[in-house]
Write a protein that binds this ligand. Structure first.
Ligand code: PLP
Length: 422
């Protein structure tokens, strides 16, 4: 079921009023839905002594959304200076933030260490010597290589640019200890939009096994493992949702077994983005044109600047036409206005026949939606609205303006003479 059933029941009846007030296009997020999913996640892992979700900020980098995560005591998974900045703006600090970067530069290390620091997750053994000051707690991202098959979207681990190899991993901790690290975590991120929960159970099992091996070799213990994000959501109506409760029960059992064998239980961290907010957002856009050539086109007032996934990955996003559930249907392409033929929200989709002025609701835009939008053709990104758990609608980001787009053309002249005269 795309978009939570709750969203449809609770919010669809108000979308006409919301769009009259704010004007389309906009993304609309459901706070209650996000809170419900967060609660379910915590409940699923109550068998683990210390469990914490670090919300992947890149999925929906808006401070109002990050504050919803704080209500649930979630931390923040950051991969860039901007994401660190956003998390700190709302008061996250130290252990509340995990910094998982790739191809890390010196400015990023400085930003990670600033303002109360964060949990540093190193992506390569060569970076140990480049961290200006080794923090007390250090984590490494592990890449199992051919030991795991990977998943369709993220590719096979052998081809992936992320993480420390199996051959390097023990040495990485040894070198970090030599530089002063005293507490340890182990991280991996191998899946994306994975609906088969067993894959995540295998990942937890792999990391706990590796913790045992490294611990023996170096005589250390581990504070936590982090099994990454990548939990999937059913974008298509015929897909089943991920079995969260079974995943929680099976992973919890692995932790209990680990404790029996080793006398302690490390913490379990997770950094889901899509699973937490994906199904709790929609993109609302208005039908502005109809066109009939070799195919039928429905033209809407949003374009790829608001949602890249269909154009970029051929991703399916379910579509409803508001209040036209039982109308006659037709097969159409739903298109935006970019000079890019992949600027389509749906291709050859059977949809209720709609009129100009009808509202089209594109499901599951609560993660990797607005955040991925771009400005090609000078198209601006739309506003973001939050339907709060108190039944209010708040604008949490305004629409971009042309001044925003042209801001980088405003600068002090800076020319360099190579030959001739300036
Ligand atoms: C993108 C990303 C995530 C979140 O992925 P989802 O598919 O949204 O759960 C988590 N961790 C890292 C390191 C990432 O790059």
């Amino acid at each position: 079921m795309p978009v939570s059933a709750d969203f449809k029941e609770r919010i669809f009846p108000h979308i006409r009023k919301i769009s009259n007030h704010y004007q389309t296009p906009f993304h609309l997020y459901d706070e209650q839905g996000i809170l419900d999913t967060g609660k379910r996640l915590k409940e699923a892992f109550k068998g683990v002594e210390v469990f914490r979700e670090y919300y992947a900020v890149k999925a929906l980098p808006n401070p109002s959304i990050l504050k919803v995560m704080q209500k649930m005591d979630f931390g923040f998974d950051c991969s860039s200076i901007a994401e660190l900045d956003l998390s700190r703006q709302i008061g996250a600090t130290g252990d509340d933030i995990m910094f998982t970067s790739n191809n890390t530069g010196p400015e990023e290390f400085d930003a990670a260490a600033a303002d109360g620091g964060c949990i540093l997750n190193l992506d390569d053994i060569s970076l140990i010597g480049k961290v200006p000051e080794m923090p007390e707690t250090i984590c490494f991202r592990y890449n199992p290589g051919e030991r795991r098959a990977g998943n369709d979207i993220i590719g096979t681990p052998v081809e992936s640019k992320y993480g420390v190899s199996h051959e390097q991993i023990t040495d990485a901790y040894r070198q970090a200890m030599e530089r002063g690290a005293k507490k340890f975590g182990l991280h991996t991120m191998l899946a994306s939009n994975e609906l088969n929960y067993s894959y995540m159970v295998q990942t937890a099992q792999m990391l706990l096994g590796l913790v045992e091996d490294i611990s023996k070799e170096l005589n250390i213990s581990f504070e936590f493992i982090n099994i990454g994000g990548g939990l999937g959501i059913p974008y298509r109506p015929e897909q089943d949702e991920l079995d969260l409760e079974s995943m929680g029960a099976e992973i919890s059992q692995l932790f209990v077994d680990f404790k029996k064998k080793n006398g302690y239980m490390p913490g379990l961290f997770m950094e889901s983005g899509r699973y937490i907010t994906g199904p709790h957002g929609v993109l609302v856009t208005t039908v502005i044109n109809h066109k009939k050539i070799y195919r039928d086109y429905v033209g809407v007032d949003a374009c790829m600047s608001a949602l890249m996934r269909p154009g970029m990955y051929d991703a399916y996003h379910h579509i409803d036409v508001l209040d036209k559930d039982n109308t006659e249907t037709r097969v159409v392409d739903v298109a935006g206005s970019l000079c890019e033929n992949n600027d389509k929200f749906a291709v050859q989709r059977e949809l209720p026949i709609c009129d100009e002025g009808d509202l089209i609701i594109i499901h599951d835009t609560g993660a990797h939606g607005h955040a991925m939008g771009f400005n090609y053709n000078g198209k601006v990104r739309p506003k973001e609205l939050l339907f709060t758990d108190a039944g209010k609608v708040k604008m949490i980001r305004r629409e971009e303006t042309l001044e925003d787009l042209f801001a980088t053309l405003n600068f002090d002249q800076d020319n360099l003479k190579i030959f001739g005269s300036l």
